[in-house]
Design a protein around this ligand. Structure first.
Ligand SMILES: Cc1cc2nc3c(=O)[nH]c(=O)nc-3n(C[C@H](O)[C@H](O)[C@H](O)COP(=O)(O)OP(=O)(O)OC[C@H]3O[C@@H](n4cnc5c(N)ncnc54)[C@H](O)[C@@H]3O)c2cc1C
Length: 581
């Protein structure tokens, strides 16, 4: 069997904000000296980041009272003190430069009347520091980065190529495998360094804001390659998912003054976060909404059966809604038949962000379980867990981290690639195995369709690992997951047998990835017997710093198990205190 191979100095998996920012950094610093491959399983500009709506946090106007210390403190407090504080400081300090760089590269930031860049409030931030471009911030950031990248040569894009596995040996990156859907062949990508920028894992849930492509592939690949995943029990539920689709109604809607009301018309946040009201951090607002629903003050969508509360924008007026929230109006009209100028929008908490990810150090270098850098391997964006967001991310801090981590990972990968003489390869047998592994999924002639397994997994996650959790529910969710894993191995059936554009096969590999990531979430969540940030347990409802002020590291252990270990949180500036808003 011939093994197709492609070689670059650096290969970047993912072309969202993080992947593109990394590519720009490599090119900006070293131009033609390094060849770069950018692989994306969807067309480059359809990466999930285009969906980011509300803003990117950065300190701009210190003369008006904002400061790095305030941004860092808000982030650490928002994280329920699980953030590594040195990593947070690095992000907030580089963020201001990043947003200015974007400005120079053509980013159409929204403006104040005097022409300076405007910023809007976001939950948990004590200063209006989210820069935005109407409510299409991610779309414009992607355009700006892509435009910048087009100024350079010696880079190649691999749109719709699906990366199946990465190969690590001797604590060193040695290549990765990708399925080219055009010929159905598996290609070995050789490179001196790689950056994983594959985003989060929100599609594990049935009610989610994420694009269908966000299936946790990069996390699963790292896990299978023997790398630890960190803090995966912390999944963010954004308060305002449109009912019934789950499409995001951006926090910008509350930032611009929207109210949350229950079935009695009460602004219930007054009870839960009297100072910040609707702009408390997301974990707190989501719990408040679910409490209202559970205690009978919600409403019900008769078709989907989903219960909800209302987001009221009517008092903002049509002009402000059109000017500041045009996409929100369009989404509500198209997907719920509701015009927010006239009627409140039905919303409920929705899976929105993966706080955990691939274990890295502060500089986005992938780490092994014993804390050694896996030479040549970097992680950026939502796939990385440098521990900026801890147990709960603040809105608008993710695109910031994508920019900063893309820059750091890009720069360090470039410097490393310049130092290394040649790219190493896996042994030939490993490449043959990869082809077998991928196509083993299409051999069975009948059985359970993989999309059914995927749907059951999504329902299990939404049901058992949602805003309020408890040990019994999570354990029954885990049992279901183990059944689904065995079903995927022994009974799954891929109907399409062709090699060309076999999307059925890709869906099967994604489902396998989702099951790996789900197992880690379940095991990590069951083990953490406390409530912190987005991980709230009815059976352990208090934060327990004495025992649990630590990061979870989950390592693959046998076919269906995970070995957990823990690592201290790096506290450099602020000792944990009670979180009040
Ligand atoms: C609806 C919505 C709105 C949001 N709004 C905001 C906001 O206003 N502000 C904010 O800060 N954050 C926001 N977020 C969060 C933020 O958008 C994401 O965290 C961020 O865009 C992630 O970017 P990324 O570059 O890490 O990954 P992504 O943009 O998710 O890109 C992942 C890339 O990896 C590729 N990939 C994945 N798997 C494979 C594979 N197997 N093979 C090949 N390629 C692969 C994909 O094709 C894609 O190119 C929002 C999130 C959602 C869901």
């Amino acid at each position: 069997m011939t093994i197709n191979s492609i070689e670059h100095d650096i290969v970047i998996v993912g072309s969202g904000i993080a992947g593109l920012r990394a590519a720009v950094e490599i090119k900006r610093m070293y131009g033609d000296k390094l060849s770069v491959g950018v692989i994306s399983k969807v067309q480059l500009m359809r990466s999930h980041s285009v969906a980011a709506e509300g803003g990117t946090a950065a300190v701009l106007y210190r003369e008006e009272g904002d400061s790095y210390a305030l941004h860092a403190w808000d982030t650490v407090k928002g994280s329920d003190f699980l953030a590594d504080q040195d990593a947070v400081w690095l992000m907030v300090k580089l963020a201001s430069e990043e947003v200015r760089l974007l400005e120079h590269w053509g980013m159409p930031w929204s403006r104040r009347p005097d022409g300076r860049i405007a910023q809007r409030p976001f939950g948990g931030h004590s200063f209006n520091r989210a820069l935005y471009a109407a409510d299409k911030t991610g779309f414009y950031e992607m355009q700006t980065l892509y435009n910048k990248l087009l100024e350079y040569d010696n880079w190649e894009r691999y749109d719709e190529w699906f990366v199946t596995n990465i190969y690590i040996e001797g604590n060193e990156f040695r290549g990765l495998y990708a399925l080219n859907p055009r010929d159905g062949d598996i290609y070995l990508f050789k490179a001196k360094a790689a950056i994983i920028a594959t985003g989060g894992a929100g599609r594990l849930y049935s009610f989610t804001t994420y694009s269908h492509s966000v299936t946790g592939d990069g996390l699963a690949m790292a896990f299978r390659a023997g790398l630890p995943l960190k803090d995966m029990e912390f999944i963010q539920f954004h308060p305002t998912g449109l009912v019934p689709s789950g499409i995001l109604i951006s926090e910008a809607a509350r930032g611009e003054g929207g109210y949350l009301i229950n079935s009695r018309g009460e602004r219930f946040m007054a009870k839960y976060a009297p100072q910040k009201m609707e702009l408390a951090p997301r974990d707190i607002v989501s719990r408040a909404m679910m409490t209202e629903i559970i205690e009978g003050r919600g409403l019900k969508d008769e078709v989907s059966g989903l219960e909800y509360v209302l987001l009221d924008l009517r008092h903002l007026g049509e002009d402000k809604i059109n000017d500041k929230l045009p996409a929100i109006r369009e989404i509500a009209l198209k997907h719920a038949g509701i015009d927010p100028v006239e009627e409140p929008i039905p919303v409920r908490p929705v899976a929105h962000y993966t706080m955990g990810g691939i274990h890295t150090d502060t500089y986005y270098r992938a780490l092994s379980i014993d804390g050694q850098w896996v030479r040549g391997l970097f992680v950026a964006g939502e796939a990385a867990a440098a521990s900026i967001h801890g147990a709960n991310r603040l809105g608008s801090n993710s695109t910031t981290e994508c920019l900063v981590s893309g820059r750091i990972a890009g720069l360090l990968a470039a410097e490393y690639a310049l130092r290394v003489r040649e790219a190493k390869s896996p042994p030939r047998e490993r490449s043959v195995e990869e082809e077998k592994w991928v196509y083993s999924l299409v051999r069975r002639e009948s059985g359970v369709p993989t999309y059914q397994i995927r749907r059951e997994l999504q329902e299990t996650m939404s049901d058992k690992f949602y805003v309020f959790r408890n040990g019994d529910d999570m354990n029954s969710g885990l049992l279901k997951m183990l059944k689904l894993r065995s079903m995927l191995r022994n009974e799954a059936y891929v109907e399409d047998k062709s090699r060309v554009y076999n999307t059925d096969l890709i869906l099967a590999i994604e489902t396998l990835n989702m099951l790996d990531v789900a197992l880690v979430i379940a095991k990590s969540a069951i083990a953490r017997t406390e409530s912190r940030g987005a991980h709230y347990r009815m059976d352990y409802s208090k934060r327990n710093d004495a025992e649990w002020l630590k990061h979870t590291l989950a390592l693959r252990y046998g076919e269906d198990d995970v070995k957990l270990s823990y690592e201290p949180v790096r506290i450099t500036t602020w000792k944990p205190v009670e979180r009040k808003y």
